[in-house]
Design a binder for this molecule. Structure first.
Ligand SMILES: [Zn+2]
Length: 448
């Protein structure tokens, strides 16, 4: 586990390196952020009236009160010093979504777009979705599957400062069995696409599964995503039960961990959830049909649950619109959608660790914060919701030493809202200010 963290941390250091380091150095930049209330460490009480001192891309210190510190010496030394007035706002760390698909957004014509869109088209769409996502307050996302080439290019362009978006931790192409949830050729005539193999993330048998994992890492994957069971939106009648065998699951986890990558397993059916947990995956995405054994395994293995309640709500709603999904998809949506809320309530009651994730792309990008209202409806306290989307999400992604709180040395990733998310989490659907790595991404006029 240590090696995994070291590796991901190294990657984040690369991601946050200034883009034009070889040219004439930028002057030191300070931003004094005046915060009416500041939740610098979610889980602890907020501070009333505090100033965040941001130096370049990081938090330098937090000072109580709305005056000071005196930076005249720094100014004389050539530093840029600016102030941001958030005295009427609630400020907290930037939000983290552990499950998005930035290179797609589901619409009812998706079957045709799969044929017409190139990887470059998907990257261009991703640019738009990435901007929407960061402007909604999500300063880091984990992209769990899509067009590998497109998402890696998008991640790297944002990291260089060439495009506006969240930090991206990317899986590339999800690994699936033939005919499984992430086999992109499901439902098409056999001569439309060539049958994909391990290099394209479709694999059968332990050896091929290892090859599929290694191929994604070779191309640039930061994390491995697998579809441990069938899925709702795939054009396939292959159910929602276990897909990879126990042996294949063990091979996947071993191959990924050996190369310092974590494994995120999409899983709906109980047998697939439990088999993936036994094999040692790091997170279960969706976790729709859990039983007592699943909850016991989550805790015994220290695995994370990423609930994606917004995806269930979205597909349940869309499945009722005639013709929106093909029949086989609508049937699965109506089966999986309603179960997830009650099973999530049971999981938090049992003390399962939860990291925030929405499956955005299934729902429109930029609406990620709607997940908070659903988590609260299912019985999670506002404080726990905020911790899930900051400290817990950062920990699942292995970057908790970089992001998740606004402590000295961490990335200056923050948002501001009007109102109090500790009493009403839905205020997070309307952020008024976003800073990512010390750069202001969104600033609305100060409320009168
Ligand atoms: Zn997903």
């Amino acid at each position: 586990m240590k090696r995994i963290i070291a590796c991901v941390a190294g990657l984040m250091a690369l991601v946050t390196a200034p883009s034009a380091a070889q040219e004439s150095p930028r002057p030191e930049r300070y931003v004094l952020v005046r915060c009416g209330r500041l939740l610098d460490v979610p889980g602890k009480p907020p501070r009333e009236g505090a100033t965040l001192v941001v130096r370049n891309e990081r938090v330098e210190r937090v000072v109580d009160g709305l005056r000071g510190p005196d930076l005249s010496r720094e100014r004389e030394g050539g530093a840029e010093v600016r102030e941001v007035d958030l005295r009427e706002a609630f400020v907290m760390p930037g939000l983290i979504d552990c499950h998005v698909h930035l290179t797609m957004e589901f619409t009812s014509d998706i079957a045709m777009r799969n044929v017409t869109d190139s990887a470059s088209d998907k990257a261009m769409r991703g640019l738009v979705y990435a901007k929407r996502t960061v402007e909604a307050g999500f300063t880091t996302v984990r992209d769990l599957g899509g067009e590998a080439e497109a998402v890696f290019a998008l991640r790297d362009a944002i990291a260089r400062g060439d495009a506006v978006g969240p930090r991206i931790i990317a899986a590339g192409k999800a690994v699936s069995i033939t005919g499984g949830h992430a086999d992109p050729t499901n439902g098409y005539r056999a001569d439309v696409f060539a049958a994909p193999g391990p290099e394209e993330g479709v694999a059968d048998g332990a050896d091929a599964c290892m090859k599929a994992v290694r191929a994604q890492i070779k191309r640039g994957a930061d994390v491995i995503k697998i579809t441990a069971t069938g899925g709702v939106l795939s054009r396939s009648g292959a159910g929602l039960a276990q897909h990879f065998t126990d042996e294949e699951l063990r091979a996947i986890v071993q191959a990924a961990h050996a190369m310092g990558r974590r494994v995120a397993a999409h899983a709906h059916g109980t047998d697939g959830i439990n088999a993936a947990l036994r094999a040692g995956v790091d997170s279960i995405e969706h976790a729709t049909f859990t039983d007592d054994e699943s909850l016991r395994l989550f805790k015994e293995r220290g695995a994370w649950m990423v609930p994606t309640l917004l995806a269930s709500a979205t597909v349940t709603e869309n499945a009722k619109k005639p013709g929106y999904y093909i029949d086989v998809v609508a049937r699965k949506a109506l089966e999986a959608g309603p179960a997830r809320m009650s099973n999530f309530t049971r999981a938090i009651g049992a003390g399962v660790r939860v990291a925030f994730g929405t499956d955005s792309g299934v729902s429109p990008h930029g609406q990620n914060a709607r997940e908070f209202g659903l988590m609260a409806q299912a019985g999670m306290s506002p404080t726990d919701c905020l911790v899930a989307a900051t400290i817990h999400a950062a920990t699942l992604c292995g970057v908790q030493d970089q992001i998740g709180t606004l402590e000295p040395g961490k990335q200056a990733d923050m948002i501001a809202v009007r109102g109090d998310p500790l009493t009403d989490v839905t205020v997070l659907e309307r952020v008024t200010f976003v800073m990512r790595g010390g750069e202001v991404v969104r600033m609305e006029p100060r409320p009168r």
